[in-house]
Design a protein around this ligand. Structure first.
Ligand code: NDP
Length: 339
């Protein structure tokens, strides 16, 4: 019998890769989406009989997932990816913190009540649950899979960035606490990626704006040669590696109970710009050059991160920044040429 996997937030950037990967590995996927439109679009892209969608318009609503879980018996695994990722909000508590917390509470309660035989639950957490936004930028600090962002609820309300970091840490903490207190039948694994970049799962539209993380790269081909840009810096990982980590979380027993910290090193936007300028010579004089080669100095101010435990467990090579940036931009041009 084909194993059934339930994936929340199936229309998201990362989730579409996860859904695609699970289907190609022989699973039957039930994905939640906010609207029939999004579900139909995903179905058309997947072209698979091993996919169906359930509409869950708002993950914060009481019992949001109850019907979707009740009406799909014999689910074996569940992945919770749905959670808002935006910094564009004037009400971060309402738009970021509450949905992250309530969404996670709702899905865990529904599993407990209506699908107690689910064997594994994977929470898509974040590096934001490992360190605070400020600590990430402090070169005297170091972090690994055991580290926690201990920001208080009150401090998380400061701005959209602290709220996102708080939201992800509150949601992950409550998942581990749920496991400890309720002792459900399922095993828990969290996947904690840093900034996730890379191509969309499907080349089917020319989007004026990509998802929050990829827009850092995309924006660089939208601005003029004399425009300034924010030289943001942080950790990077490819979306295809993040999807693979979710598959491994289900398939590899040694990942049970672990926090899978997905990072392949540090980037600065300048480093991305250097890659684009090198790989896409047709953009010469059309986009900025910034200060070429300053990337290694830019990232010296970041905290040290060590994900040796994760790398030893996963045992696969992560995709390089060079390939991530090249594939992301190339896909934008391929989409424009094809569609
Ligand atoms: P997306 O915005 O593309 O995906 C988020 C998903 O959650 C979408 O399916 C979205 O639905 C759904 N969602 C958000 N808010 C609600 C809500 N209130 N009710 C119902 N559904 C909701 O972002 P990503 O794919 O990048 O993020 C997926 C997960 O990965 C999130 O948990 C995020 O925190 C985490 N993550 C992302 C990183 C990144 O750099 N991208 C880094 C680390 C963690 P819809 O498609 O309708 O908008």
């Amino acid at each position: 019998m084909v194993d059934k996997v339930f994936i929340t937030g199936a229309s998201g950037f990362i989730a579409q890769h996860i859904v695609k990967l699970f289907i190609s590995n022989g699973y039957y996927v039930i994905g939640t989406v906010r609207s029939a439109d999004k579900g139909e679009k995903l179905k058309a892209n997947l072209k698979s009989n091993n996919f169906k969608y359930e509409i869950v318009p708002d993950i914060t609503a009481e019992g949001a997932f109850n019907e979707a879980l009740k009406s799909n018996p014999n689910i074996k695994y569940l992945l919770h990816t749905a959670s808002p990722f935006t910094y564009d909000t004037t009400d971060p508590e309402h738009d970021l913190i509450i949905p992250a917390i309530k969404g996670t509470e709702n899905i865990l309660n529904s599993v407990y009540e209506f699908q107690p035989s689910i064997e594994k639950v994977v929470i898509t957490s974040s590096d934001a649950a490992i360190y605070s936004a400020d600590d990430e930028q402090n070169s005297s600090l170091s972090f690994n899979e055991q580290s926690w962002n201990d920001i208080s609820y009150r401090d998380s309300l400061k701005n959209a960035v602290s709220a996102y970091y708080g939201a992800k840490s509150f949601a992950e903490k409550l998942s581990w606490k749920f496991l400890e207190e309720k002792k459900p039948n399922f095993k828990l694994i969290s996947v904690n990626p840093v900034y996730v970049f890379g191509p969309q799962a499907f080349l089917n539209e020319v989007k004026p704006t990509l998802n929050v993380s990829n827009e850092l790269i995309h924006n660089l081909i939208k601005i003029g040669p004399n425009d300034s840009f924010d030289n943001d810096k942080g950790g990077f990982i490819d979306v295809r590696d993040v999807a693979k980590a979710h598959l491994y979380a289900i398939e590899k027993e040694e990942l049970i109970g672990k926090r899978v910290f997905m990072t392949n090193g540090h980037f600065s936007v300048q480093m991305m710009l250097d890659i684009i300028n090198e790989k896409f010579p047709q953009l010469k004089s059309k986009i900025p050059t910034g200060t070429p080669g300053s990337g290694p100095t830019d990232i010296k101010t970041l905290a040290t991160v060590d994900n040796t435990q994760t790398r030893n467990l996963l045992k696969f090579e992560f995709i390089s920044l060079d390939k991530i940036v090249t594939d992301t931009i190339q896909q934008v041009y391929d989409a424009k040429a094809k569609l």
